[in-house]
Structure formats: C-alpha cells, structure tokens
Ligand binder design. Structure first.
Ligand code: FES
Ligand SMILES: [Fe+2]
Length: 382
C-alpha cells in the first residue's frame, strides 16, 4: 500500500510564502495541460463523469450537519436521491432515498426524524433503514419485510465530512487518507447555501484552485488584501491544497518561526477529488459540493462551519465573514464561470490551456482522465 503524502504544516507554509514574496516567485507545476472544450459540453462525457461520481467516495455533507441521532439530509447526488442520517447508535448511514413499495422518496430536505414515513402510503422505515411498518399489511401476504429495507450505500465519516460511495467496491481507498481533521469535531454549522448556475461543474472547480486570476478577477474585493499570483500548491493523492496568502502575512517575517500564527494570514483551499472543496478562512470553514446537473448546469451546495464554542459573538463574526465572501468574491467567480460556459459554443477554443501557475487544475485533470480510463472508455452507468 502506498502511503499518501500529507500537506505541509503551517510553519512550512508561512516560510514558503515569505520566500515567494521576497523573491517575486510562486509555486510552479511541471506541465502545461490542454483540456478539450468538448469535455465541458458533451453529454457522453457528462454521463461518464456521473458514473465515476457514483463509483468514488464523494463528500456529501459535514458530519456537523448530522449532529443528533435522527438528523438527516436528503438530496440528489450524481443524479440519485440519497438520504444520509445519524442513527440512534451515533453511526451515520446512507441509503438510496426510494421507498421499497412504489419508489417515492421517503424523506426530503433536512430535518430530524425518529422514523421515515413514506408520504405516499405510509410504509415506515427505521433510522437504520429497516422496514418497520406496512399499512394494511394484509394486502401484501408474501412480503418479506426483512429484504425490503431502504437500500444502503456506503457512508464514511472522515475528517469531519460524510463521504458517500454509491457503487462501492471492497478495495476502495479510504477517503480520509492524508486529510487529518479538516473540519474539527467542535465546529458548528452556521449556514447552508444552495443554488444552481449555468456552467459545467469543472469550470467552477477550476476557478477555486488557482490564484492567477486574483488581480483581474477580484480587483476590488480580494486583491486589495491578497497577491497577484502568489500561491503554495500541494498534492496528497488525488487531492490538492492551494494556499492563498494575505498581504498581512509579511508581518510574520520579523516574528521568530516558532511563534508565527497562521490564522488570518492565509486561506487554505482543499480540493477533494473529484467535486468538493473545503475552504478554511480565519473564522469559518466552507464545504462546497459541486453537483453536476447537466453538462452546462451545476448545483452548488455550501455548508459554512465555525469554531464558536457556543459563543454567539464568535458565530456573528463568522457569519459576517461568510457574508463578505458570498456577497463579493463568489458572484465574481460565478459571473466568470458563466461567461466561460457561454463561449464554449463559439468554437473559438478547441482546448483550454492550463499553465504552470494552474497546477492544481492540471493535477485534477490528470487524475480525472486516469479515473475515467480506469472505469472503461464507454458511457456505462449514465
Ligand atoms: S410508495 Fe412508499 S408507501 Fe407506497
Ligand atoms: Fe475567484
């Protein structure tokens, strides 16, 4: 078994950023990548990606969103209705959210339940998925209730994130490998955002893992606090981390290395292959899941979490920061992503080119390509 490399510690990141600032450099990748534009608009490619998203462990929600026994989230993941719930025993489980009678979804949205009662004819399931009750059971004389529970899918609670694997196989790698505690157990969910927009999920992802666009793309919002193209880019297995430093990190140059505090000096953006991002800011952390709806449409589900320690003032600061990000930088990224998607039918580009500064994107495409090839060249699964 290969041991996955983990990310650098904060001190090493600070040292590396300060050296880049001093020397006018930034982290460079080893390859320029050309990605066919067709991969962002073809139905065939889209279906292969969806099949892959069903086969891999994919972040579904933060564990903190399912804090209490009975807490659940129901939503569509890779085109399939999925229900994740914390059981009475404290274990998070996930199921295909389909009643075993005639297929209605047994839960919708989020909430806390003691059982799931199908809204159609009332078949009732336990938090562990077992079929507990059938109304007027005499109408189904031969029904084997034991084999008509909700159909489970693999759920793994790792690094503060619930990963769901719809089509799991025995030798899948552990999704938490190399991640440590990305979201700490005491972080509380303070906000959830859910919206759809007209771009391919990969365009949105790409815009989140490079700092080459900060000066032009976020001139009035992030650039005044950040840098033009200064980043640290690291990889761990198929995942990456891109560090976006704030200018105030330069104050640390005169602080002894052992006393340097990174909080408030950088934003860490973790890309969890294939379609999730964890952004660690000064007072809060955001888990974003990019849910492909169609080649040119993506649902963006964002969970904001904060270290509040039950302190309402801390929660307010975190919410204020979260609002700044969602009101300023996020709409700029979204407008750019939509503009990219619009140009795809112009035939201006046959390929998009990712250079040495955009190496986390290159890493992503390299692994996406390999994973799609591994799972067969055809449109299986669709
Ligand atoms: S479809 Fe669920 S009880 Fe009939
Ligand atoms: Fe951006």
């Amino acid at each position: 078994m290969t041991v996955t490399q983990t990310f650098m510690d904060d001190q090493a990141v600070i040292e590396r950023v300060l050296s880049h600032v001093r020397n006018g450099t930034t982290d460079l990748g080893d390859e320029v990548w050309r990605e066919p534009v067709d991969h962002y608009r073809s139905e065939e490619r889209f279906h292969r990606e969806i099949a892959l998203l069903r086969r891999l462990p994919v972040p579904f929600c933060p564990s903190a969103a399912l804090r209490e026994p009975g807490a659940y989230i129901a939503r569509v993941a890779a085109g399939v209705p999925i229900l994740a719930v914390r059981g009475e025993d404290g274990t998070v489980r996930a199921f295909r959210n389909a009643c075993r009678h005639r297929g209605a979804e047994v839960a919708s949205g989020t909430g806390c339940a003691r059982t799931f009662v199908c809204p159609y004819h009332g078949w009732t399931y336990g938090l562990d998925g077992r079929l507990e009750r059938v109304q007027h059971e005499g109408g189904f004389p031969d029904l084997d209730k034991a084999s008509h529970g909700l159909v489970p899918v693999r759920a793994q609670d790792r690094s503060g994130i619930v990963f769901v694997t719809q089509d799991a196989s025995a030798n899948d790698p552990d999704p938490g490998e190399g991640l440590s505690d990305l979201i700490a157990p005491d972080q509380d969910l303070i906000d959830t955002h859910d919206n759809e927009a007209d771009f391919n999920w990969k365009v949105s992802l790409e815009g989140s893992i490079e700092g080459y666009h900060i000066r032009f793309g976020h001139r009035e919002t992030f650039y005044p606090y950040g840098y033009d193209n200064v980043n640290v880019v690291e990889h761990s297995g198929r995942n990456s981390r891109v560090t976006f430093p704030f200018r105030r990190i330069e104050k640390l140059a005169n602080v002894p290395a052992a006393e340097r505090q990174i909080e408030g000096r950088v934003t860490y953006v973790y890309h969890l292959f294939p379609n999730a991002l964890v952004t660690v800011l000064s007072h809060h952390t955001i888990l974003v899941v990019l849910e492909p709806i169609a080649p040119g449409r993506t649902r963006n589900i964002a969970y904001s979490l904060a270290h509040t320690g039950g302190d309402p003032a801390a929660a307010e600061i975190a919410k204020r920061d979260a609002k700044f990000v969602t009101d300023t930088g996020a709409p700029e990224d979204r407008a750019l992503a939509e503009s990219i998607q619009r140009t795809m039918n112009s035939e201006a580009n046959e390929f998009f080119t990712f250079g040495h500064f955009e190496s986390a994107i290159v890493h992503f495409h390299r692994h996406l390509q390999a994973a799609l090839e591994e799972s067969g060249g055809g449109g299986a699964g669709g």
